[in-house]
Write a new protein. Sequence first.
Length: 355
Amino acid sequence: MRTSHLPIRAVTLSGFAGLVRELGGSGQDLLAAHGLDEGQVARGDNIFIGFDTVESLLEAAADRCGAPDFGLRLAAQQDIRILGPLAIAMENAATVGETVDLAARYLFVHSPALSLKRVADPAGAKHVIGLRYASATGSSSPQTVDYGLGMVHRVLNVLNGGGRYGLRSAYLPHPRLAEVSAYTRHFQAEVRFDQPEAVLRVPRHLMSVPVRGGSEMLRSIATEYLETHFVDRAAPLAEFVFDILDDHRGADPLGVPEVAKLLCLHPRALQRLLLAEGFTFNGIADDVRRHQAWTLITATALPFSHVATRVGLHEQSSLTRAVRRWFGVSPSQLRKSPGTDLPPRLTKVDIPPQG
């Protein structure tokens, strides 16, 4: 399954164009080549783009600007507040450990492609733990990994009042991209390359260190918002589910358990949250098939039996019934005269009131 097109907030690219310009390139041209502009990034809190787009942009910028440490540079200049309500909760946590746990629980609000988790120290030191940064894609581009782990390091610095927090070393899962000095300057610690995972090795006691200036009231408000309202106001979960299902084409469609795992949710929680948005999982799956079928029928010459397989229907007769239900015509009629524009991605369902 391809998961690199999982959504991520466009605000992730905050400062991207400016940094490219500073390095002698055209950030506007790079964004335009990927169907974006600076205005979208500036508005970015509720605008989502593909994680693969961010990967491509960071790699292209590093190449064109001759800056193999581009990902680190971008992380160094960004503000924790690009994480929105999650940043408020983290900045007002009681301890550094609580901030890590908040990120582990709610980072999917920023993007279901990302995760942060406490792990055992990869070097086996007794008084050290690892903070593992990873993506649901299985393997991210090197610049994206540098940016992501560099951003985790920056957040920990900010939460520690701007001072060093005792980082022992940083592990990166790819070969060295830039001079070692570029990495040590950013992390202020030893950096090792070609490691199994991207990990910051930090002292275990750091997890109990208080966050300076934290407010229990603000933390409570932000956490409650993330827990109960992000679906309606911040994270279009139905869009996430649509993109995941749309990326997985074939005769063996994904079910609720597989999609819930990608989104770091319990299957029942996924279904409950979709209902809160006015959707059901089966309804979204039907929307995906409808969208795919319309494109394959009107824009290709594929035999209808092949179209049926592509959209997860086992028989051509099933495709014929579905197309008649969706568009009121047969597949042959739709191909000869589409008559309508591309159908909307998502259709809300009538959900009876509870109780």
